[in-house]
Design a binder for this molecule. Structure first.
Ligand code: ACO
Ligand SMILES: N[C@@H](CS)C(=O)N[C@H]1[C@@H](O[C@@H]2[C@H](O)[C@H](O)[C@@H](O)[C@H](O)[C@H]2O)O[C@H](CO)[C@@H](O)[C@@H]1O
Length: 305
């Protein structure tokens, strides 16, 4: 995607986020605007003749009023700029996504804003995934209690990549995105301005193997439990709690942040219980919609927040 077009999409997303209070495009989508990921589909909507909308060449950035992104796996996002809503642009973008992805489509509604459910239902989609955005405000934190034989150090780029990717894939083997991260996904993030190795904690077992990790992120003045993972053979022994506390102490007490957030899937009972017990509460809900099929069970049971 030409830099001018990527900048226009980023500005469109920023305008919508300011109006809606939630980012319409996630980290992966924004990272993939650079055009180095040929498997992605980008759809751009322009303020042209009323009622006309078609996938337009990526070369132009003028009069951009809407954008949609589709990954090779069928995950998608779309956004229409606030001044051009309720004119059918969102419906048209969603139809294009359905034309390309069909039953594979899983389109995000970040913040599950008013109208998202209605638009989805009109096109035969229903909620298939709930992702919770949790928040914790400053409060005392207990010291971590580490399982026997565990030592802690911080991530060294170029040295720990392979070991981290292996444990990450094992810890997130059933996760729709996280477990499939590649070196390219990791490298993209190591090159981000927010990346801070001092906030990326590794737990090493007595045999010198990576047992778990807590990768923290600081962006726009806020701290995030970006991802916590424990190797399956080390789970259930207190390591996840200790790693989470290690990162929370770093964000709150070392870096002086008063608010810490995180994302966790609604079906992830262990993680949700861990974070609830550490003082996190639900601040927002994000959902994905997929086409209703005959085999689709009723909509996702609304998990207790
Ligand atoms: C922001 C994010 O990264 S969300 C994604 C979190 N990561 C993942 O889901 C990856 C796969 N899962 C894991 O890696 C681990 O199961 C983790 C990180 C969720 C927990 O790590 P563990 O080392 O097993 O947790 P730990 O033993 O410290 O238990 C901490 C708390 O988590 C909760 N918990 C842990 N396992 C379970 C479980 N199977 N069922 C219910 N609650 C559980 C409990 O509240 C527990 O505290 P308690 O033992 O005092 O009751
Ligand atoms: N706890 C993590 C790892 S399992 C998690 O659930 N991540 C979600 C989350 O990612 C956030 C999203 O990309 C935001 O745009 C970014 O600013 C945050 O830093 C990310 O943590 O939401 C994604 C969907 O938008 C989802 O794919 C990730 O698995």
């Amino acid at each position: 995607m030409p830099p001018a077009t990527a900048a226009a999409v980023t500005e469109l997303a920023r305008t919508a986020a300011h109006s809606d209070g939630v980012n319409p495009l996630d980290e992966r989508t924004l990272l993939h605007l650079d055009g180095e990921h040929p498997g992605d589909l980008h759809v751009l909507a322009y303020d042209g003749e009323p009622g006309t909308l078609e996938p337009t060449g990526l070369q132009s950035a003028r009069n951009l009023i809407g954008y949609a992104a589709l990954t090779p796996e069928g995950s998608a996002e779309l956004v229409v700029t606030p001044d051009f809503r309720r004119q059918g642009t969102g419906t048209a973008l969603l139809r294009i996504l359905l034309d390309h992805a069909g039953s594979r489509l899983a389109v995000w509604a970040h913040g599950r804003l008013p109208g998202a459910d209605e638009l989805a239902a009109r096109l035969g989609l229903e909620v298939s995934r709930e992702l919770y955005f949790l928040r914790r405000t400053r409060a005392d934190l207990p010291k971590p209690t580490w399982p026997e034989g565990i030592t802690v150090r911080t991530f060294v780029p170029g040295q720990d990549d392979a070991a981290w990717l292996k444990v990450n894939s094992q810890a997130f083997a059933t996760h729709p995105e996280q477990g499939a991260w590649t070196q390219s996904d990791l490298t993209d993030r190591l090159h981000q301005p927010w990346f801070d190795p001092e906030g990326f904690f590794l737990a090493i077992d007595a045999e010198g193997n990576l047992a778990g990790y807590h990768w923290t992120k600081i962006e726009d003045g806020g701290g995030e439990v970006y991802v916590v993972g424990v190797s399956p053979n080390h789970q259930g022994a207190g390591l996840g709690k200790a790693l989470t506390l290690q990162g929370l102490i770093y964000l709150q007490d070392t870096r002086g942040l008063d608010t810490i957030t995180l994302y966790v899937d609604g079906t992830n009972t262990p993680a949700r219980r861990l974070y609830t017990n550490l003082g996190f509460t639900t601040a927002a809900q994000h959902v994905q919609y997929t086409p209703v099929t005959d085999a689709t069970p009723n909509s996702v049971a609304h998990s207790a927040s």
